[in-house]
Write a protein that binds this ligand. Structure first.
Ligand SMILES: Nc1ncnc2c1ncn2[C@@H]1O[C@H](COP(=O)(O)OP(=O)(O)OP(=O)(O)O)[C@@H](O)[C@H]1O
Ligand SMILES: [Mg+2]
Length: 266
């Protein structure tokens, strides 16, 4: 089976998950790939970052899909980019865990919906990218069950690796019980500051431990990356020549090359 459904995941907050989702999605769509972004975070940052609204009371969000009120095909929205669609999120999603407590199959709900959309769209989506919330809650479990592969952004700061142990344990648990084919595609170093010794220390530790799972490219700390979301566009559009854009372009290329290597090896 194709490895199409990719979650961008790390239970630690503010490590660059959403920034990576938005810019990988934009980069892939510029490479003529058709991409669907699922905003699975009640904060709705991927939604606003792609120029759509995350205000309350909308029925057309991932929440309505996961609580069974709507089919995913009914809530897919267009973005400014022809090849990039979005399933948005808002704060309503934070109620899902409590509201679905009686449903024993709820961990599979997202997977079932995504399989449907991949089948119904006749393979027109090359990738589905899921933006995960900063927790190991039901939403994250749903993403792990639904995903073929994971990209883990790792902020090059103190404590960055400590949080990963817990994530790895959760991934192993889901692998052994609910989704045997789940794999970590790669670890992306983010907010890298080459003047800061800590950045290179965290990089060395990560490369030593995760070996070639760590992408060659590290995303630098770049203020343009934090400005872009308030304009509702990926940085690749906001300022395509800034260091952050260049890094995400190169990351997109590395991501696609990695795919080719996996295909050749298979
Ligand atoms: N490389 C970078 N350089 C500078 N700022 C960045 C960089 N990457 C992300 N940011 C900024 O840091 C903040 C956190 O990034 P982001 O929202 O992508 O993280 P997250 O992991 O999705 O956070 P959360 O866990 O809350 O969902 C945002 O304000 C974002 O604009
Ligand atoms: Mg986020």
């Amino acid at each position: 089976m194709d490895k199409k459904i990719i979650s961008i995941i790390n239970q630690k907050g503010g490590v660059g998950k959403t920034t990576t989702v938005i810019n990988l999605a934009a980069g892939l769509s510029m490479k003529e790939k058709k991409v669907l972004v699922i905003d699975l975070d009640p904060q709705g940052n991927a939604t606003t970052g792609l120029g759509l609204s995350n205000t309350e009371n909308s029925e057309n969000t991932i929440y309505s899909v996961l609580n069974g009120n709507k089919k995913i095909s009914e809530v897919i929205q267009k973005t400014k980019f022809e090849k990039l669609n979005l399933v948005s999120s808002n704060v309503d999603l934070s109620g899902l865990e409590v509201e679905t407590a009686g449903d024993s199959r709820r961990a599979f709900k997202l997977k079932d919906e995504l399989v449907t959309i991949l089948n119904d769209s006749g393979g027109s989506y090359d990738y589905i990218l899921i933006d995960c919330p900063p927790s190991l809650s039901l939403l994250t479990i749903m993403a792990l069950v639904a995903s073929d592969a994971l990209v883990v952004p790792l902020q090059t700061e103190f404590f960055a690796l400590e949080g990963l142990t817990q994530l790895m344990k959760t991934i192993e648990r889901i692998k052994s019980k609910l989704n045997p084919s789940l794999e970590i595609r790669g670890i992306l170093l983010t907010m890298y500051d080459k003047r800061n010794k800590l950045s290179s220390q965290v990089e060395a530790e990560a490369r030593n431990y995760f070996k070639d799972k760590v992408y060659n490219i590290a995303v630098p700390r770049n203020v343009r990356l934090s400005e872009a979301p308030s304009h509702g566009v990926p940085v690749l559009i906001y300022d395509k020549l800034c260091p952050g854009s260049k890094a995400y372009f190169r990351f997109t290329e590395e991501f696609l090359n990695q795919e080719k290597q996996i295909e050749t090896a298979a």
